[in-house]
Ligand binder design. Structure first.
Ligand code: FE
Ligand code: FE
Ligand code: FE
Length: 194
């Protein structure tokens, strides 16, 4: 059986990868943003995330472990959704509103991960790690509410004024046979329970 400190380490590897991908993804998505306030907010959070990675380095050190990442499937997917929005919508308030929603999904993932790790670190008596992770958790929460405010105050009202020049949507409805993508069946064999 694995112990709780290994659980902690497992998610440290996950979030280390996620933060690094976030830094790359934010640089890319900021280029697609039109609203200056949103662009500045994304780039500011990008800078903050670079400090969060340094903080993770310190946590690894406090745990006596080497800093390394392990593929986070969730973050890969969340970053990909942002890129999908860029392909799907033209530059402007509607895309900006979409990118805020995608950005908030990333913040919510980070809040879930850091929230759990702070609790585990406290449980394990790892005070220094808990304090460092708490600082990042607070930043993620602050960024989530900043994005929320920007959406409600500026971008959602602007986006609602945009008119569609796309008549593809009607087609889908009238035909009624396009069911869209379905989740793929799991092909991986389950290991029998011991
Ligand atoms: Fe972060
Ligand atoms: Fe993950
Ligand atoms: Fe974040």
């Amino acid at each position: 059986m694995k112990a709780m400190n290994e659980l902690m380490l497992h998610f440290m590897h996950d979030i280390y990868y996620a933060e690094k991908l976030g830094v790359r993804s934010m640089a890319k998505l900021a280029k697609a943003v039109e609203n200056k306030e949103l662009k500045d907010a994304i780039l500011a959070h990008r800078g903050q995330s670079q400090h969060q990675i340094e903080r993770l380095d310190q946590v690894f050190e406090a745990l006596g472990k080497r800093a390394k990442g392990k593929t986070c499937a969730a973050m890969n997917g969340l970053a990909e959704e942002g890129e999908e929005a860029v392909e799907e919508f033209d530059r402007g308030p509607v895309l900006d509103a979409a990118l805020i929603a995608c950005g908030q999904a990333i913040e919510h993932y980070e809040i879930a991960r850091y929230g759990a790790m702070v609790a585990w670190a406290k449980q394990l008596g790892l005070t220094e790690a808990a304090n460092l992770l708490q600082q990042t958790l607070d930043e993620e929460k602050a960024n989530d509410s900043l994005l929320n405010d920007l959406a409600e105050r500026v971008l959602n009202p602007q986006a609602s004024q945009e008119e569609s020049d796309d008549d593809e949507d009607d087609e889908d409805e009238s035909e009624g046979i396009d069911k869209g993508d379905e989740p793929k069946a799991q092909t991986k064999k389950r290991r029998p329970k011991k």
